[in-house]
Write a protein that binds this ligand. Structure first.
Ligand code: NAD
Length: 728
């Protein structure tokens, strides 16, 4: 174990350097923590050592705790987690006390954290226990505590120390939202103490140690008369902070995220007691969060499996297929967005539309986004010029010569798409991969227009392209491995998360979203109170209720999809009740957000005001309303059963993709880790029971898939351990 090395210079300053050899970024493991503890002991015991610098041998300080370690900690149960966390606290507290006499606060050694770059999670909690945090002025560095984003909270003293350092109000965005800052902003916010030129980092740390007085290395909360900034909950101002924070957290999370609640409890209870007790309280809440299946599920999907998919877990073994020159056909909403994210990632783009004006408009979309970036100081004028220079907007197909990937985003019309395919293939090389961004048309059907169906694939983006992280890659019947690898390498270049699915109506994401929307609309037809439908969805962690979602995507698109689906399915079409509502809304001209009127009412500026009060004139509210849980089960099962069927049908081949895709693609209750994560949390037996109840009252669309019945019978789960998927 050489994650930390130790050296003492001639002036008696010890330097402990963190450098995990096998990784490009330092992450903390249990063994490394024990080694760090030993090295601190060694320095504190050595009379020749005046102080300690804690730094990194890499360009960054640390990326955080190895989340796989957290997954392993769980295996030992609550007691093992609590004991493990308390051991960590004792080491960090040892650093903080640095050998001083706890009564006189004298005799300690100054310990400085010198951060060359990014410091996240434990990579900031460790510095927070030091006496000074000095960071190199590295604008690319990110400093913060992002734990909440994966369903846990800073549990190595970060929560307790940050609140004591900044006050609950100032610490809130860093703890509750996982806000990350560059070093200068971190210094301005009070997260760190000093920012210096990178080449001065270690000399400045050493100077500080050599000139430090006893009082400099006593933490404010260990000194007499310490008062928490902003006040404790006993103080009137502090009390208001906590009331406001509770309301804000409940408003934002609807109470479904255990980590946010536990974090607030740890902060509130911790603020009432001395630091050592507060750390114990933090450890208790942290343990309960780690034991909650939601945190396991969130870490699994939002961190471990998301990263595995981004690194190419399902990439065919084919040589690198990075895109050099991309052609985008159709410069509308989607094409313009695809051109922007690609040019932004350094790819040369030819953006084609049928008129020069439309092509220019598509390019102007990039300009608009870059200008917004400049306003927010995220983009420089040079960067804007560089990105725009990479986009050639034209009507001339010969400009596509030399492209190695084409993404077609013209109208959703097979005829138009077929024409475009032929025109493109006439000018590009035979190796060029052709991708369609269709949202509904089967890829294998569209591939019929191609001379080279092995090079033909679906790359389905979500709107708005610059914001949505998921890209669904669809393998047609004849799509070859090189095309899949090309699509995956392209998605990696534009820094999004891919899933690869097989070809079927609506692929994966839309296949699950449509039944969710339809279930909501079906309830409107039944006379269920629309507010109950929408709130039930939000209270179970869906970001948008089904009625808001259809307003956002537009009622006319819903009508179009319904008509096409009915035409394809004939008598087997099950959604007549849904169509009655949808078609009636369209007849009223209420097309959703874009027409400023839909299931919701909007003001003249397009701001959503509330549910439309004219709906009940046509669809009266029933006297008897279903209970909240029934509405939630209907809304969740509508999506989840479709995900299971997609797995049974072989559209999905990896449940990790099903879960990550659901969260990133349509916001499926992230606390649950995705549809398969949710099924594991409630158990297949309970899921089948819910299905049977719903089938009896609502009909066959809730029939439990055979896979679930088999799992219920055998007790099998989708994720038998914490990370890896079990083969379906
Ligand atoms: P859009 O109407 O905004 O843009 C289509 C563009 O294609 C227009 O600019 C049009 O002028 C251009 N075009 C039409 N025929 C052309 C031709 N023969 N040659 C060159 N350009 C041509 O549509 P959109 O919303 O950007 O959708 C494009 C595609 O993406 C569709 O297949 C759609 O189903 C799919 N899609 C849309 C969304 C969405 O949310 N809008 C999401 C995923 C996928």
């Amino acid at each position: 174990m050489t994650d930390f090395t130790y050296a003492v210079d001639a002036d008696g300053v010890a330097t402990i350097t963190w450098d995990v050899k096998a990784k490009s970024m330092n992450v903390m493991s249990t063994d490394a923590f024990a080694l760090l503890s030993d090295l601190i002991d060694q320095a504190l015991a050595d009379a020749g050592v005046k102080g300690i610098i804690l730094t990194s041998g890499k360009k960054d300080f640390a990326g955080g705790m190895d989340l796989n370690v957290i997954a392993q900690m769980r295996a030992g149960g609550a007691k093992a987690i609590f004991d493990g966390v308390m051991t960590m606290h004792s080491v960090l507290r040892k650093i903080e006390r640095a050998g001083m006499d706890p009564k006189t606060l004298k005799g300690g050694k100054p310990i400085v954290a010198a951060l060359p770059g990014t410091a996240l999670g434990i990579g900031l909690e460790l510095p927070l226990s030091c006496h000074r945090i000095i960071a190199a002025d590295n604008p690319k560095a990110k400093i913060g505590l992002p734990e909440i984003m994966v369903g846990i909270f800073p549990g190595a003293g970060g929560t307790t120390r940050l609140v004591r350092k900044m006050g609950a109000m100032m610490a809130a965005p860093f703890l509750l939202e996982g806000k990350l800052s560059d070093p200068k902003s971190a210094k301005a916010a009070g997260l760190i103490d000093e920012v210096v030129a990178p080449e001065e980092l270690l000399t400045r740390a050493k100077d500080w140690i050599l000139s430090a007085k006893d009082a400099d290395h006593v933490k404010p909360w260990d000194a007499k008369g310490y008062k928490m900034p902003g006040g404790t909950p006993y103080h009137p101002a502090g009390f208001m902070t906590f009331v406001g924070a509770s309301a804000m957290v409940m408003g934002k999370t609807m109470g479904v995220y255990p980590a946010a609640k536990a974090l607030l409890a740890a902060v509130y209870e911790g603020a009432l007691v001395p630091l050592d007790t507060a750390l114990k309280i933090e450890a208790r809440h942290f343990t309960s969060v780690l034991m909650n299946p939601s945190s396991t599920a969130m870490i699994r999907s939002l961190f471990i499996n998301k990263e595995a998919l981004e690194k190419g877990a399902n990439r065919p073994k084919v040589a690198d297929q990075s895109v050099k020159k991309l052609g985008v056909i159709g410069a509308g909403m989607m094409g313009a967005g695809i051109a922007y994210v690609s040019a932004n990632a350094g790819i040369e783009v030819v953006l084609i539309d049928s008129t020069q004006e439309a092509a220019d408009r598509g390019k102007a979309h990039s300009e608009g986004l870059l200008d917004k970036g400049i306003q927010r100081r995220k983009v420089t004028a040079e960067k804007k010029a560089e990105v725009l220079a990479r986009i050639t907007a034209t009507t001339d197909y010969t400009a596509l010569s030399g492209c190695d990937l084409i993404v077609e985003a013209v109208f959703e019309d097979p005829k138009v798409k077929a024409e475009v395919t032929a025109k493109v293939e006439a000018v590009v090389g035979t190796d060029c991969i052709f991708a369609t961004n269709t949202s509904t048309l089967p890829i294998s059907g569209l591939a019929k227009a191609s001379q080279r169906p092995t090079n033909f694939i679906g790359i389905h983006f979500f709107s708005p392209v610059d914001k949505m992280a998921l890209v669904e890659i669809i393998r047609g019947k004849e799509t070859g491995d090189t095309a899949v690898a090309k699509a995956l390498d392209f998605v990696r270049q534009i820094r999004k998360t891919p899933i690869v699915v097989n070809d079927a109506r609506f692929f994966y994401a839309n296949r699950c979203i449509i039944p969710y929307i339809n279930e909501g609309i079906r309830m409107v037809a039944e006379g269920v109170e629309p507010a109950l439908i929408e709130n039930a969805a939000k209270l179970v962690g869906m970001p948008l209720g089904p009625l808001q979602l259809v307003d956002e995507t537009s009622i006319d698109l819903g009508v179009k999809i319904a008509k096409a689906t009915k035409a394809a399915m004939g008598d087997a079409y099950p959604d007549g009740a849904v169509d009655a509502v949808l078609f009636w809304m369209a007849d009223q001209g209420r097309m959703g957000k874009k027409s400023n009127s839909g299931f919701y009412a909007y003001d003249a500026t397009g701001k959503r005001e509330g549910l439309w009060d004219g709906l009940d004139a046509h669809y009266p509210i029933a006297d008897t309303q279903p209970d909240l849980t029934t509405v939630q089960h209907r809304l969740l099962m509508a999506q989840v059963l479709e995900a299971v069927r997609a797995l049974e049908d072989g559209v999905l081949t990896d449940i990790r993709e099903g879960d990550v895709g659901a969260i990133l693609g349509w916001g499926f209750a992230p606390w649950s880790g995705g549809p398969f994560g949710w099924l594991d949390i409630i158990g297949a037996a309970r899921a089948v029971e819910i299905c049977d109840q719903l089938t009896a009252t609502q009909g066959d669309r809730f029939t439990a898939p055979q896979m679930l019945r088999d799992m219920a019978a055998t007790g099998r789960v989708f994720y038998p351990d914490t990370g890896e998927a079990q083969a379906a």
